[in-house]
Design a protein around this ligand. Structure first.
Ligand SMILES: Nc1ncnc2c1ncn2[C@@H]1O[C@H](COP(=O)(O)OP(=O)(O)O)[C@@H](O)[C@H]1O
Ligand SMILES: O=C(CO)[C@@H](O)[C@H](O)COP(=O)(O)O
Length: 469
């Protein structure tokens, strides 16, 4: 049986055709998304249709089931006719930071963490809806239904039926859902929207058959419930206790499987659900892979060139530390921040040191995230490094010393789309647990250094000096 997994993440859509017996990828395709933190959802649909058409054309047979893993938190607000009332606001759009603060002032961080698993930051959907209600009341009045990116794409694949749906993993990133009861908290949504009460999608179980596809190339295929991209990656990797994932895409996301919900009132660890009925505590930054591409651009080189430069510098970059808050930051919560290059001298101001400081700075944020997960009780036996920037040799070589734990690199692959495909296969199988597919070729990273603690201390000192934290 062949199944299709879709990853609709920040920068692109990837479509994989997978053999449901063993998880082997038999065809794949990719289509880009535009830059920016507000996007017309129509561009995701166009990218999805193009990627699906290309992957299916290369497929040796009919697609029996499909699922979508999507970038989390994005606000897709639809009118009564099912059209977006405005462009979607993405997870990395920071305009709703004041609304996040207002929510905390009104309810208290502890209460929100207990009720929703989250302390609001601008990324979460509820703050975006509060922003809409305050700044675009005319648009807010027209909102009949609120969906997340993956919900909206699944609904498109099904031909926009009357009833939309979502899963518990992506729902847990909204701020108006309870991870402990598994139910919506519509009173929080209504309050954020100034008394308006839009419809929410139906919450389905992880292996539900949500609908049938109407898109001609996969017509009749079972549509699985879908999930957030990080939940899909966790499913694709088949995580075991002690595994911690560091995913270096547009976001830097660090997460681990858990049997119980978490409620971190500092707000650093988000208490999400996963895509199996369990939990996925997660720490996320706004600045990961693009820190490397921006630095490469500044140094007039490409990503390989950046990696070579970074590896030819000494650990510690001659005393340079980069706080890579190029898009503002979410963890730590500094939505207005810009980047800081600390420790510059005439002697250390070289392309090699700048490249090394970019890789180290990005990874120091991830090392802090691993510590935060550990502090909330996660067992950290090894790190699995995935996402676009995990392909960088410099990242692979520098991560082990900074993380202070074994780092394994799974064979480069689209683990979000693989997880979505696994969910699709699960929905068709009717089994209680998802299929077990082997993750090919994990290899242990060999570090280029042992002085991780000193590099992290210099980074922490630079942050203290620039931001007081
Ligand atoms: N060899 C590499 N070194 C560093 N960055 C890379 C490399 N290959 C891809 N990337 C980066 O990975 C990012 C895309 O990763 P991906 O996980 O697909 O992101 P997203 O899921 O956010 O769309 C891009 O910013 C790209 O520049
Ligand atoms: O906001 C989060 C997680 O809370 C991000 O991880 C988004 O889910 C986007 O992911 P990528 O496109 O970077 O994979």
């Amino acid at each position: 049986m062949l199944v299709l997994g879709i990853d609709s993440s920040t920068q692109s859509t990837k479509a994989l055709v997978v053999d449901a017996d063993d998880g082997a990828v038999v065809a794949e395709a990719k289509a880009s998304h535009p830059d920016g933190t507000e996007v017309d959802p129509a561009v995701w649909w166009e990218a999805a249709q193009n990627a699906i058409a290309e992957a299916v054309a290369k497929s040796p047979g009919r697609i029996e089931a499909v699922s979508v893993g999507g970038q989390q938190h994005g606000m897709v607000a639809l009118d009564a006719g099912g059209e977006p009332v405005r462009d979607a606001l993405l997870w990395n759009d920071t305009r709703s930071a004041p609304q996040a603060e207002e929510l905390i002032e009104r309810h208290g961080a502890e209460s929100l963490a207990t009720r929703t698993g989250l302390v609001p930051v601008a990324s979460f959907t509820i703050t975006k809806l509060a922003w809409l209600a305050q700044h675009e009341p005319g648009n807010a009045d027209r909102v009949a239904q609120v969906l997340l990116p993956h919900d909206w794409l699944g609904w498109q694949l099904a031909g926009r039926p009357e009833q939309s749906w979502t899963d518990h993993g992506d729902a847990s990133g909204t701020g108006y859902y309870s991870p402990t009861t598994g139910e919506w908290l519509p009173e929080l949504l209504t309050e954020a929207m100034g008394g308006r009460t839009p419809k929410l999608p139906e919450l389905l179980s992880p292996n539900a058959e949500a609908a049938q596809a109407t898109l001609p190339s996969i017509e009749g295929a079972t549509i699985g419930v879908g999930t957030g991209d990080n939940m899909a990656a966790a499913l694709g990797l088949g995580l075991k206790p002690g595994d911690v994932v560091v995913s270096l895409g547009t976001s830097g996301a660090v997460f681990a499987p858990a049997e119980k919900p978490s409620a971190d009132q500092t707000g650093i660890v988000a208490g999400f659900r996963d895509a199996t009925g369990r939990y996925l505590p997660l720490v996320c930054t706004l600045n990961a892979a693009r820190v490397l591409s921006s630095t490469a651009h500044m140094l007039d080189t490409d990503l390989e060139g950046l990696s070579r430069l970074a590896l030819s510098a000494e650990p510690g970059a001659g005393g340079l530390s980069l706080l890579p808050y190029l898009e503002g930051e979410r963890t730590p919560n500094l939505p207005e921040a810009t980047g800081t290059l600390a420790g510059l001298t005439g002697a250390n101001m070289t392309p090699q040191n700048l490249a090394r400081a970019a890789v180290e700075g990005m990874l120091c944020g991830m090392a802090d995230a691993i510590d935060a997960l550990r502090d909330t009780g996660a067992e950290v036996r090894r790190v699995l490094l995935i996402g676009g920037a995990a392909r960088s040799e410099a990242v692979q070589a520098i991560a082990p010393a900074l993380f202070g734990v074994d780092v394994d690199i799974p064979e480069p692959a689209e683990y979000v789309a693989i997880g979505a495909a696994k969910q699709a296969a699960w929905a068709r199988s009717g089994s209680a647990e998802p299929p077990e597919w082997e993750v090919a070729g994990t290899r242990r990273a060999v570090g280029d250094d042992t002085s991780g603690d000193a590099v992290r201390a210099a980074y922490a000192a630079a942050r203290k000096q620039a931001h007081g934290i």
